[in-house]
Design a binder for this molecule. Structure first.
Ligand code: SAM
Ligand code: ZN
Length: 391
């Protein structure tokens, strides 16, 4: 048999070896996706910021470790890090993690267990749990709820964006117990469905989303950094304030958010009378924490001279500035091209539209979800009038 070719990867402060494979897929002998370097770089920055916020040493578990690169980087690149554990169900991944940890001179705990088992056997142990599976994380969220302690951070990735965005409705209902709809802002809705599912699942364990520190939809995945806390009253309050539905009119593009799990959802559009479509239950609370994000940005700015520049640093800064800007903006966003198509006109410059919106005292900010998206508290009727006046 041919000897398996090995590829050497340099990422952050580590060098790892993985079996060479033609295509990144779940059937590769050990999963390593170079495209996720951006995701791992952001994770390092987010965990470092979280550690400084809680002012104590943190223990971390990368529940779906793959080659071990993420856990090895956490151990090597985060200050004040305690126990770092890496887990994977695959024997080959475990072998690679052991070898890669050794080659990088780091000590990490290595487990070969099913994800739900490691989480349940280590209740209250980890300050940070990283859930980065293939596809949906939904099968693991109950165990996260059981396992996480107070003041902890949940990092969670979903790659089943077609379900979360409503391309396939039934899988979203099955996996996230929420109805999606396809729209120009379906990636934002997708993140909201995932956050809503986490919030409702954790509530069983009297745990709640204190704060979403950062969330983003990039390439083929969605990623959230969620501060979790504990307490029945706070859990009840969090659900009451942050869970709801978004209703949308496909005819005139009106949209509205409704708070509450069982409050009446409007059936018809108040602008044009068309039947509304609705998505939810989902998270209607904040998706970004501006303080946390500005600390992450500062980290990149401040130690530039003393450290190795991250390969994806320029893209990270672009994303963080965008997430910072949209942190206090309202739910959903307007896609200017979709509105112009609806009006059957060609699109004026987005900057001119934003200026006019702001002149009237409304918010107008761009969003990382879409380069031609504008987040604003202006209503669709006035926005269309403004756009028409600029043509
Ligand atoms: C997307 S990869 C992880 C990538 C890794 N976090 C990184 O940043 O490079 C998913 C990994 O989860 C493992 N896995 C799949 N199902 C699992 C389960 N139920 N329990 C534990 N590990 C699992 C796979 O063997 C695979 O290595
Ligand atoms: Zn309408």
């Amino acid at each position: 048999m041919d000897k398996q070719e090995i590829e050497i990867i340099n990422e952050g402060l580590v060098e790892i070896r993985v079996p060479k494979f033609d295509k990144v897929s779940s059937s590769a002998p050990v999963f390593y996706n170079p495209k996720m370097e951006f995701n791992r770089d952001i994770s390092i920055l987010a965990l470092q910021t979280f550690q400084e916020e809680i002012e104590r040493e943190i223990s971390i578990c990368d529940v779906f470790g793959g080659s071990g690169i993420r856990a090895i980087r956490y151990k090597k690149e985060i200050d004040e890090v305690g126990l770092v554990s890496v887990n994977d169900i695959s024997s080959l991944a475990i072998e690679q993690s052991k070898q890669n940890a050794l080659n990088n001179n780091v000590e990490i705990d290595i487990y070969q267990k099913e994800a739900n088992i490691i989480l349940r056997e280590n209740r209250g142990v980890f300050d940070v749990v990283d859930i980065d599976p293939f596809g949906t994380p939904s099968y693991f969220v109950d165990s996260v709820g059981y396992s996480l302690k107070k003041d902890s951070l949940l990092c969670i990735t979903a790659t089943d964006t077609s379900a979360l965005c409503g391309t396939y409705k039934e899988p979203c209902i099955r996996k996230y117990n929420a109805v999606p709809f396809k729209s120009e802002y379906c990636h934002e809705n997708g993140i909201r469905i995932l956050a809503g599912f986490v919030s409702l699942t954790l509530a069983k364990y009297k745990k709640y989303i204190e704060d979403i520190k950062l969330s983003h939809s990039s390439e083929h995945y969605m990623r959230l950094y969620i501060k979790i806390n504990k307490g029945s009253k706070a859990t009840d309050d969090s659900l009451a304030c942050n869970i709801g539905y978004i209703s949308h009119c496909k005819k005139c593009l009106y949209r509205t958010a409704v708070k509450g799990l069982a409050n009446p959802i409007p059936g018809f559009c108040p602008v044009c009378g068309e039947k509304l479509i609705s998505a939810g239950p989902l998270w209607i609370g904040k998706l970004q924490n501006p303080d946390f994000i500005s600390k992450m940005i500062q980290k990149l700015d401040e130690d530039n001279s003393n450290r190795k520049k991250l390969n994806t640093e320029d893209n990270i800064l672009k994303l963080l500035y965008s997430c910072f800007e949209e942190s206090n903006a309202p739910i959903t966003f307007y896609d200017i091209h979709v509105i112009c198509k609806n009006l059957k006109i060609s699109a004026p410059k987005i900057a001119d539209i934003m200026d006019e919106i702001k002149k009237e005292g409304y918010i107008a900010v761009k969003t990382h979800f879409n380069p031609i998206g504008v987040k604003s508290d202006i209503g669709i009727v006035r926005l269309k009038e403004i756009i028409n006046s600029l043509v």
